[in-house]
Design a protein around this ligand. Structure first.
Ligand code: GCB
Length: 633
C-alpha cells in the first residue's frame, strides 16, 4: 500500500459522515427523571483499545463491534467521561490519531420492557459510531454536541433483564472539512521517515483531546412522548410573556396536554392546554445576571409538560427550566431586559490536568466559585460548546454566556467549501437544538478568528449568520474576529463586533506603552465603519507563575499585570462610547499541541491550570468586584 492509499483508507470512514446533512430540528431534550422517565448513566470504567494498525482500519475489517473488545485483543480500562489522551503512561495513546474503541456491558431492567429506551452520548470527539449488541445504532460527526439513538426501535436485539453490550468507535482525525479543521500530513522521504509516517496538523491553539468526554446515558420515555419544547420569552412591562411550542412524537391520536409555568416556590403561575401558545406571567421574576439589579439572580421557572394519550392512558411528563428575559442590541449597547449590560468576564476552555476535557463536577464547581470570586459576569465557550452541566450552572447562577461553535481556525481556502459549510450549518442547528431554552445564552458565536478577508468568506459567513438568525430571532449573532477593520468583509453581517486583540504581545511585543493608542485607534475605526457595539473577546499575555522581575519583562507576573492595566484604561474610556464587554484570555492556562511557542501549553491564564491565582487574578478581581459594586444601589 502506498502513502496515498494509507491516506484514503485512514479517512474513508470519516468522509462518509458528511453524506447526511439533514437535521431533525427537534429533540435532544436533556434526559431527566420524571413520573414517566428514568435515566441511567453508563459512566465508569469501559474497556478500551486504540486501533494502531497502519491504516487504522483493522477494527472495521475484523468487526470489533461484533464481540466484546477483550475477545479481539488487549484492552485497558478507560474512564468515561474523560479524555483518553491524559490517562495512560503511553505516549502513543496521548498522541494517537485514528479510531479508538470503547465497550462495556449494561443491563436493562425488566420494568423497562414497555418503554422506549434511548442511548445518548453527550459528547464524543470527533467522529463516532455506536453499536448495541453488534448492530449499528447511530453515527455522529462533531466533538461537542450530543447525539442519541433509540435502542428499542426494532432492529436491535436488546435484552431486558440480562446483559447487553455497547461499543463506541471514535476517530479524532481533523480534516479540512471538520470543525475545527485540520490536516493530515504524510512524510514521503523514506530516508527520514518510516513508510506511512503522518502527523495531524491543527489549526487551533488547544490540544486535540479525544474520547467520551461527557456522560453516556440511557433514558426511557413512553412509546409516545414529548420530543421537544421551544420557549421564547419577552417582557411586557412588569409581566413576562412565555411563548412556547411543544413537539410530540409517537402514536398519533387523541391526546390531552397540560403545560404549567411553576415558580421557585412551586406555585403554578400560568397554564395552557395548547401545543403552541403564549402564557403571561403577571409581575414575573425576570432572569438577571447576578451582577445586575436583582435580589434573585438567575431566576428560573419550571415549564412542566404533561401529555396523556387518551387511547392508552399513558402519560409523559417533562420539566424544562427557563428564565424570562429579553436580549436586544442597539447601535452601541447590549441590553438585557432593557438595561445596558457590560460584560466583564473571561474566555475559557474545558481543560484541566488529567481530566483533559472530561466532565468533572468538582472542576465545574471550582470554576464557578472562581468566576464569582473574580466578579465575572460572563464567559465565552471558546472554542466549542461546553458540557450541558456547565451551561446549567451558568443559567442557575446568572452568568451570561456567549455560546461558541467549534468553528475555530477556518482559515485555509479548502475550509470554505460546500462540504464545510453544510457541516457548519448542521452544527449550528445542533447547538440551537441543545441550548435554545437557556436564559444564560445571550449571543451565538459561529466562529473564532476565521479568515474573513477574501471573497469566499462572504458567502460562507453570510449564509451561516443569516441561517442562525432565521432559526433564532431572539438572540444576536456574531463571530470573533482578529482581522483588520480595513480588510474584514464579514463583520457587517453580525449584530455585535467581537474582537481579539494582542497589542504588545503578538505585535510590538513588550511595548505596553503602545496599547492605549493602538487599541483606541483600532476600535474607533471598527465603530466608525459599522456602528455596532464592540466587545473585546480576547486580550492576554503568556505568564509563567512564579516568574518575577522589576522592571517587568514578558512572561513575568508583573508584566501580565502591567499589560492588562493598559487595556483596562482603554476599556474604561471606550465603555462610555460603544464598548459592551471585555474578556481576558484566558481564565486558566490550558494544554496545546507541543511547539516552540508553548511552554507546557498556553500560559495566558490568570489562574494556573490547577486553578491557583497569578497576580493578574487579583488585579482582575479588584476591577470586576468594583464594577459590580458601582452598579448596585
Ligand atoms: C487567539 C485565539 C486563541 C489562542 C490565543 C493565543 O487569538 O483565539 O485560541 O489561544 O489567540 O494565546 O494565541
Amino acid at each position: 500500500m502506498n502513502c496515498y492509499h494509507y491516506f484514503v483508507g485512514f479517512l474513508l470512514h470519516v468522509s462518509c459522515f458528511h453524506q447526511c446533512t439533514c437535521l431533525d430540528p427537534f429533540g435532544m431534550l436533556y434526559p431527566k427523571d420524571s413520573e414517566s422517565r428514568t435515566v441511567k448513566h453508563l459512566d465508569g470504567m469501559w474497556d478500551f483499545r486504540v486501533d494502531d494498525s497502519p491504516n487504522r482500519n483493522r477494527g472495521f475489517e475484523e468487526k470489533w463491534y461484533s464481540k466484546p473488545l477483550r475477545q479481539t485483543g488487549e484492552v485497558i480500562p478507560m474512564p468515561v467521561p474523560s479524555s483518553y489522551n491524559d490517562i495512560t503512561q503511553e505516549k502513543k495513546i496521548r498522541d494517537f490519531v485514528g479510531w479508538a474503541w470503547y465497550d462495556r456491558d449494561f443491563f436493562l431492567p425488566q420494568e423497562w420492557t414497555s418503554k422506549r429506551v434511548v442511548l445518548r452520548v453527550d459528547s464524543a470527539h470527533y467522529n463516532a459510531i455506536v453499536w448495541v449488541n453488534s448492530i449499528k445504532l447511530v453515527q455522529h460527526e462533531g466533538g461537542h454536541l450530543p447525539f442519541e439513538g433509540e435502542i428499542t426501535r426494532g432492529d436491535i436485539p436488546v435484552k431486558f433483564g440480562s446483559g447487553n453490550r455497547v461499543t463506541i468507535a471514535i476517530n479524532n482525525t481533523l480534516t479540512p472539512t471538520t470543525l475545527p479543521p485540520g490536516t493530515i500530513q504524510y512524510q514521503h522521504d523514506i530516508n527520514r521517515y518510516p513508510e506511512g509516517y503522518f502527523v495531524q496538523n491543527l489549526q487551533m491553539d488547544f490540544f486535540n483531546y479525544a474520547g467520551l468526554h461527557r456522560h453516556v446515558q440511557l433514558y426511557t420515555t413512553p412509546k409516545s412522548y414529548i420530543e421537544d419544547v421551544i420557549i421564547v420569552t419577552s417582557l411586557q412591562g412588569l409581566n413576562g410573556l412565555v411563548k412556547y411550542t411543544v413537539v410530540t412524537s409517537g402514536q398519533p391520536g387523541n391526546v390531552r396536554l397540560r403545560v404549567e409555568v411553576i415558580d421557585r416556590e412551586g406555585q403554578v403561575v400560568g397554564h395552557s392546554n395548547l401545543f403552541q401558545d403564549t402564557i403571561t406571567v403577571d409581575s414575573g421574576h425576570f432572569w438577571w445576571p447576578y451582577t445586575m439589579n436583582s435580589s434573585l439572580p438567575g431566576y428560573q421557572y419550571t415549564f412542566k409538560i404533561n401529555l396523556t394519550f387518551l387511547s392508552s392512558g399513558v402519560s409523559d411528563v417533562y420539566r424544562q427550566k427557563f428564565g424570562i428575559r429579553e436580549v436586544k442590541v442597539t447601535d452601541k449597547q447590549l441590553l438585557i431586559n432593557d438595561q445596558p449590560f457590560y460584560c466583564h468576564g473571561v474566555a475559557k476552555h474545558e481543560d484541566s490536568d488529567i481530566r483533559g476535557k472530561g466532565l468533572d463536577f468538582a472542576l465545574i464547581a471550582k470554576d464557578f466559585n472562581l468566576l464569582k470570586w473574580l466578579g465575572a459576569n460572563c464567559f465565552r465557550t471558546s472554542h466549542y460548546p461546553y458540557a450541558e452541566e456547565i451551561m446549567d450552572m451558568a443559567d442557575e447562577q446568572g452568568i451570561v454566556v456567549i455560546d461558541e461553535s467549534p468553528g475555530v481556525g477556518i482559515r485555509k481556502a479548502n475550509n470554505f467549501g460546500n462540504l464545510s459549510l453544510a457541516h457548519h450549518l448542521k452544527v449550528m442547528d445542533e447547538m440551537y437544538r441543545r441550548d435554545k431554552n437557556r436564559p444564560a445564552v445571550i449571543l451565538w458565536s459561529v466562529a473564532n478568528e476565521p479568515d474573513t478577508t477574501h471573497d469566499n468568506s462572504i458567502y460562507y459567513f453570510k449564509t451561516l449568520l443569516s441561517h442562525v438568525k432565521s432559526i433564532d430571532s431572539s438572540r444576536p449573532v456574531t463571530f470573533v474576529a482578529n482581522s483588520d477593520f480595513s480588510t474584514d468583509k464579514v463583520a457587517q453581517y453580525t449584530d455585535i463586533i467581537c474582537l481579539n486583540h494582542y497589542n504588545a504581545w503578538y505585535q510590538d511585543c513588550s511595548h505596553t506603552e503602545l496599547i492605549q493608542r493602538q487599541l483606541t485607534y483600532d476600535l474607533r475605526q471598527w465603530y466608525a465603519k459599522y456602528h455596532k457595539p464592540i466587545m473585546i473577546t480576547e486580550y492576554g499575555a503568556d505568564t509563567i507563575e512564579g516568574f518575577h522581575q522589576d522592571p517587568s519583562i514578558v512572561f513575568t507576573e508583573e508584566f501580565q499585570v502591567e499589560f492588562m492595566t493598559e487595556y483596562h484604561k482603554t476599556f474604561d474610556n471606550l465603555r462610555q462610547e460603544f464598548l459592551v464587554g471585555e474578556m481576558v484570555w484566558n481564565f486558566a492556562d490550558f494544554m496545546t499541541a507541543q511547539g516552540i511557542t508553548r511552554a507546557f501549553g498556553n500560559r495566558k491564564g490568570i489562574f494556573t491550570r490547577q486553578r491557583r491565582p497569578k497576580m493578574s487574578a487579583h488585579l482582575l478581581r479588584s476591577r470586576y468586584q468594583g464594577m459590580i459594586n458601582s452598579c448596585r444601589p
